[in-house]
Design a protein around this ligand. Structure first.
Ligand code: CMC
Length: 426
């Protein structure tokens, strides 16, 4: 067997042999398949449904088998045995840390959680009803002005410093955005607490000397962050890579990722799921709602995935976390609607034929709500979890000699060269 693809161009009768590497052909190799000087053949792939944009050793997904691995470790094992900071280290460095490495990494992250006071004022400038994702995106991008040294992306120690800063400051930014909306005073980080405990304290602490969180809640939130930590070339990671390919600083690149995540087809789906469940209101209304979805009036949010066509392994783990959280908080009444929706959708031909299964966002919102987060905060939690993944991918990008500035082609469909028409003749 030869690893090549034979192509005949029926327009010219010419034959070509294209190399196949790692199950792909190089799109640039198609350029030689030209008629006269038309620039050669290109591929047309809206939404990149069948185009590899990079080589990556961060995350492996087998969508048909429901497999998700970070640096080769199955997500199920990481969710059970690891912590979010350890997983972040793994994603960024390729290997699990030793005890000393983890202690040093935890120390570094813990000691970068504070924000410059001007960032606080910047957040205070938003309207009382500003969406926290908009605030998060803007304040992450503003961080680039506080750390202008971050633009030196060629220096690996400097990159590491910005990575640590971002992972450390995301919960502080998220918590400040949350409290701004409620008009509550901001709570400064507490270096004596773990990553998740500190986040919960910054969100919920009032006048008590120290906020005590239930360890079961801490564990559930930590697992949720692990599940969201990376997902190979998804929409927001692609945005981070695309913007990062211009060699801009990592804050600006991650801000672009936050913008992409905000959308309802991506991370914004968890907020949309909760709103949908509330709108359905009771189990009796489900058949009518499902008919509407099948008639194309709307989507069943939290269902379907570009890659997973069997099941989303993250959804399976989240269902279990739901039980743990509800043991502490009491069952979220929307759970009954969610379970019934899932049952019907898994049997209904419309969903079965299209291989639509619950994704990570279907149950995560129920947990977040039980933890008393308003729906607007759900995607912020996703963003905090995804930050190490974005940064691991960004790091890989800036060190990858094969990468170039992202600049896709287009098929031009507009009018060609015409003379300017003066206003009085239009
Ligand atoms: N409800 C109803 N129909 C759906 C849904 C849904 N949630 N998802 C896909 N379909 C239908 C779609 O209309 C199409 O039908 P037809 O073949 O008749 O035109 C078919 O299934 C294939 O869908 P697609 O839009 O071509 O699939 P895609 O790979 O481009 O989109 C998706 C993937 C996740 C954007 C999409 O399934 C969706 O919009 N789901 C709802 C939003 C959601 O839950 N997003 C979270 C994704 S997981 C977390 C994350 O990555 O952020």
């Amino acid at each position: 067997m030869t690893d090549t693809l034979s192509v005949r161009d029926n327009r010219t009768g010419r034959d070509y042999e294209l190399a196949i590497t790692d199950g792909t052909i190089r799109a640039a190799d198609l350029k030689q398949i030209a008629v006269d000087d038309d620039g050669g053949l290109a591929t047309y792939d809206p939404g990149f449904v069948n185009t590899a944009s990079c080589r990556s050793s961060v995350t492996f997904i087998d969508g048909d088998k429901g497999v998700l691995e970070y640096r080769g470790y199955p997500i199920e094992q990481l969710a059970e045995h690891s912590t979010f900071l350890e997983v972040s280290y793994l994603l960024l460095n390729g290997e699990l840390p030793t005890a000393d490495e983890l202690a040093a990494w935890t120390h570094q992250v813990t000691h970068h959680t504070f924000l410059h006071e001007n960032i606080k004022q910047f957040i205070q400038g938003f309207r009382y009803d500003a969406h926290p994702m908009g605030m998060l995106m803007a304040s992450v991008s503003a961080l680039s002005t506080f750390y202008p040294d971050a633009s030196d992306i060629s220096d690996s120690a400097n990159r590491q410093l910005q990575i640590t800063r971002l992972i450390a400051k995301m919960p502080t930014l998220g918590a400040f955005a949350y409290r701004n909306g409620l008009g509550k005073p901001y709570v400064y980080p507490d270096n004596g607490l773990s990553y998740v405990e500190n986040f919960l304290a910054m969100l919920f602490k009032m006048s008590e000397p120290r906020y005590e969180s239930d360890p079961r809640i801490v564990k559930a939130l930590d697992v949720l962050l692990i599940l969201h930590a990376d997902h190979e070339q998804n929409c927001s990671t692609n945005a981070v890579r695309s913007v990062g390919s211009s060699q801009v600083d990592p804050y600006s690149a991650v801000a672009a990722g936050i913008g992409a995540l905000y959308g309802p087809l991506h991370g914004g789906a968890n907020e949309a799921v909760l709103k949908m469940l509330r709108r359905i209101g009771s189990v009796e209304n489900i058949p009518g709602f499902i008919e509407g979805v099948k008639a194309g009036k709307e989507k069943l949010m939290g269902f379907g995935h570009r890659v997973y066509k069997n099941f989303d392994p993250r959804a399976t783990i989240i269902k279990k976390a739901c039980d743990d959280v509800f043991e502490v908080t009491g069952v979220n009444p929307l759970l009954a609607i969610a379970k019934e929706l899932e049952k019907i959708a898994l049997e209904d031909e419309y969903f079965v034929k299209r291989k639509l299964y619950p994704n990570v966002d279907f149950y995560s919102g129920l947990i977040y709500e039980a933890l008393e987060f308003p729906p607007e905060m759900f995607t912020v939690l996703f963003a905090i979890g995804r930050t190490p993944g974005w940064l691991a991918q960004w790091s890989e990008l800036v060190q990858d000699k094969e990468q170039k500035i992202a600049r896709p082609k287009q098929i031009y469909t507009g009018t060609r060269t015409r003379d300017f028409v003066p206003m009085d003749q239009r």
